[in-house]
Design a protein around this ligand. Sequence first.
Ligand code: PNS
Length: 184
Amino acid sequence: MIAIYPGSFDPITLGHLDIIERGSRVFDHVIVAVLRNPDKSPLFTVQERIEQIRRCTPHLSNVEVDSFDGLTVEYARLRDAKVLLRGLRAVSDFEKELQMAHTNQTLWDEIETVFLATSNEYSFLSSSVVKEIAKFGGSVNHLVPQQVALDICRCYTETHPGATPPTETNPTTQVNHPRMDREV
Ligand code: PNS
């Protein structure tokens, strides 16, 4: 059974990775599908996000990373997938997710949305929270894969050329007063 895990992934968090890893144990094949959304101004380009997800999923042989635009169900149909995988963090997610699942089913009655409960340790975590913390100088090393934390720090140093970027051997470098120009 093929499942699509659609999302913005701007950037991928440890909560997303948890859903991908657990989804890969449930389904034969999981396609992580990054939405190309012209209405948003993301921190990372679609290509950067695809590479970030690929870099943290090499151990998952049945996971593929792709991008799509338009309706998720049309992409699912194209990929011969009848399951949409989504993570549920808290009750606050439920209303939006249920609406999305019902809407998708009106668009294609063969599609099923399967929710995995996000692991407790990531129940507060979202890409927006990560960007908010980074924007105000906090460390996000405990919230995103290591490479992504480096990318976020690089975004900061792009706007602050004098700052010392973190290195592979010292990824825990804390950014003290970043002012990333991009929107959270
Ligand atoms: O990571 P996100 O931003 O919560 O993901 C939302 C996403 C991409 C799953 C949702 O916005 C989506 O499916 N967009 C594609 C357009 C679509 O199919 N809309 C109909 C369902 S509401």
